[in-house]
Each structure stands twice: as structure tokens, then as C-alpha cells.
Design a protein around this ligand. Structure first.
Ligand SMILES: Cc1cc2nc3c(=O)[nH]c(=O)nc-3n(C[C@H](O)[C@H](O)[C@H](O)COP(=O)(O)OP(=O)(O)OC[C@H]3O[C@@H](n4cnc5c(N)ncnc54)[C@H](O)[C@@H]3O)c2cc1C
Ligand code: FES
Length: 290
């Protein structure tokens, strides 16, 4: 599939030009998701840069656009990773794309994870399932700047081992994290034979990780119910409310605060988020109690 000039001109609303990227590699992650690695078509990546936690609007030519977090390292903006779960009209077409196919990219949009606010203290990343994807660029950035954080703690969970993304890279991650003194704790709700790590929901990792609340900044990403319980748990442990952040998803259209599709109470998720202080949006989350 390739883009015509008309395709690209048609999709240039106020959110900036639609650049064209070429898919280079597709890595299956979970039964429903894969990471699409792409590079820019000649010259299209000029001036493109993003921060950890931002998202792009991905345009499948002739089909439509979807908001997808950038899951690759911001230090390499010429090689982009998007981890995409196939759940509907556009993402099911993306599932059928192959290396060599072209995709439109508008962005980057949204407020990033406030990595600088955690500097000098401990950074605790709590992620569940595909929630690991939007926070992975923050993990990679913090690992690259390891000396700026006291403790770097990753608490990652999924329903089952096969629903934990990036397993292809797990050995590399484990070795690098050990070298850098990153504390990694993994858990699944339903362990399977051969699973060597924890069992239980991701919040069961809090006591194991011995988080020191007063020094902690926490980034939480996953299903809303998980973010709600993790956010509440972190506040109860004494992490200051202004230092607990979550990343929200809502249906999006323009991506730039114009259409109102992504409204969440007084906020537009595309422009005021997707990263929010947990205490500012806790009451707006969909699932209030189990
Ligand atoms: C800031 C942001 C970052 C995102 N990052 C990623 C990512 O990294 N990887 C990824 O796979 N997906 C991500 N999403 C979700 C993704 O945008 C939706 O899954 C996608 O729009 C679905 O489009 P579709 O046409 O395939 O499905 P549709 O046919 O539009 O929808 C299928 C079903 O999913 C529901 N739905 C659509 N969008 C959302 C949404 N945002 N949240 C919850 N339910 C929704 C619809 O109501 C419908 O029930 C992100 C969304 C936002 C807002
Ligand atoms: S998607 Fe249009 S205002 Fe957010």
C-alpha cells in the first residue's frame, strides 16, 4: 500500500502535515498486538522529534486515522515504533500491513511524561499489559540518563505471560537493567508453567519493591481500573499527589484540541494529556470501584 500526493494533501488539517513512513519490520507482541517499526520516506522525517509519552495520529490511506503512542526511544526519532492492538476498523487494517507498506503520520501530540520532575529522586514506573508501550520511551530515556535518578524501579504486570509485550527483547532488557542497577519486578494475574516471576495484580509488587514514598515520582499506565487502584495505592503509601501521573486514552479525531471528541470532564485528552496528574482526573475515570 503506498500514499498518493492526493492522499497526503487531503489529510493536512491544522495538526501539521501528514508525513509518510515506510514500515520496515513487524514484531508480534501479544496475540492481539504487534510493534510496527518504520523509517521516514525520503526527507519526510526532517525536523521530526518527540518526547516520551507523546502520541502520533497514524493514517491508513483511504481508511482513517488512529491515535497511537510512540513506543520507541525519543533519542532515535528517525526510527519509530508503534505497538498497536487490533480492535476495530482502522487497527484491523493496520494488522494486514506488511514491510514496505506506507503509513501517514501526523504528530507528535500531547503532553509527555515529566521525566525532569523525577530527577534527583526515585522514578517508579507501574505498567500493565499494553500499558507498557506508552511508558517504554520514558523507561529508555531514564535508563540512558541513569545517573539523574536515585532508584529506577519498574513494576510491570499483565493478565498472563503471553500478554506482556516486548518479550523478544526481555533478555536484553534484563541484562541492561542489571548493569544499570534498575530494579525490575514482573507479575501476572494468571501464571503459566515456566513463569519465573510474581503472581498477582501489579499493585502486589508495591511492598516487594519497598518504594520510598517521599522520594518517589510515579508514572502509571494501563487499563483505567489498574491505574485507579495503582494511583490510589501510591497516594495511600504517601507518594505526594503532585508526583503521581497516569496516561489516559479517549476516542480521538483532530488530536489538537479542536473537535472535542476526546473530552474528559474539563480536559481534552489530546491537548491537556494524555499524561495527567492522577489526582486531577481520578474522579473522571470510567471505573470507579470493582
Ligand atoms: C493518546 C492515545 C494513545 C493511544 N495509544 C495506543 C497504542 O499505543 N496502541 C494501541 O493499540 N492503541 C492506542 N490507543 C487506542 C487507539 O487509538 C484505539 O484503539 C483506536 O483508535 C481504535 O481504532 P479502530 O478504528 O481500530 O477501532 P474502532 O472501530 O474505532 O473502535 C473499536 C472499539 O474500540 C473503542 N475505542 C476506540 N478508541 C478507543 C480508545 N482510545 N480507548 C478505548 N476504546 C476505544 C470504540 O469505542 C469501539 O468500541 C491510544 C489512544 C489514545 C487516545
Ligand atoms: S481529538 Fe479533537 S479535541 Fe482532542
Amino acid at each position: 500500500m503506498s500514499a498518493t500526493e492526493t492522499d497526503v494533501r487531503r489529510t493536512q488539517p491544522e495538526g501539521g502535515p501528514t508525513r509518510v513512513a515506510v514500515i520496515q519490520r513487524i514484531v508480534p507482541e501479544t496475540p492481539e498486538s504487534a510493534t510496527y517499526w518504520s523509517t521516514w520516506r525520503d526527507g519526510d522525517g526532517e525536523g521530526y522529534a518527540f518526547e516520551a509519552g507523546q502520541f502520533n495520529m497514524l493514517y491508513v490511506f483511504g481508511v482513517g486515522e488512529v491515535a497511537i503512542s510512540i513506543s520507541s526511544d525519543p533519542a532515535h526519532p528517525q526510527r519509530l515504533g508503534h505497538t498497536i492492538r487490533s480492535i476495530g476498523r482502522v487497527t484491523n487494517v493496520i494488522k494486514d500491513l506488511r514491510p514496505g507498506d506506507e503509513i501517514g503520520i501526523r504528530g507528535p501530540f500531547g503532553r509527555p511524561w515529566p521525566l525532569h520532575e523525577a530527577e534527583g529522586g526515585d522514578l517508579v514506573v507501574v505498567a500493565g499489559g499494553v500499558g507498557v508501550c506508552p511508558v517504554r520511551p520514558a523507561i529508555e530515556t531514564a535508563m540512558r540518563r541513569r545517573d539523574r535518578y536515585r532508584r529506577l524501579i519498574l513494576l510491570l504486570g499483565a493478565r498472563t505471560p503471553s500478554l506482556l509485550p516486548y518479550q523478544e527483547e526481555l533478555d536484553w532488557w534484563l541484562a541492561t537493567m542489571e548493569r544499570l542497577g534498575v530494579e525490575l519486578h514482573l507479575t501476572v494475574d494468571e501464571p503459566e508453567p515456566g513463569w519465573l516471576y510474581g503472581a498477582g495484580v501489579v499493585t502486589t509488587l508495591f511492598p516487594k519493591a519497598q518504594v520510598e514514598p517521599a522520594r518517589t515520582t510515579a508514572f502509571v499506565c494501563g487499563p483505567e481500573i489498574m491505574m485507579r487502584f495503582a494511583g490510589k495505592g501510591l497516594l495511600e503509601m504517601g507518594v505526594p499527589p503532585e508526583r503521581v501521573y497516569v496516561s489516559m486514552e479517549r476516542n480521538m479525531q483532530c488530536g489538537i484540541g479542536l473537535c472535542g471528541h476526546c473530552q474528559l470532564g474539563p480536559y481534552f485528552v489530546c491537548a491537556d494529556g494524555p499524561v495527567f496528574r492522577y489526582d486531577r482526573i481520578a474522579d473522571l475515570m470510567e471505573v470507579r470501584e470493582l
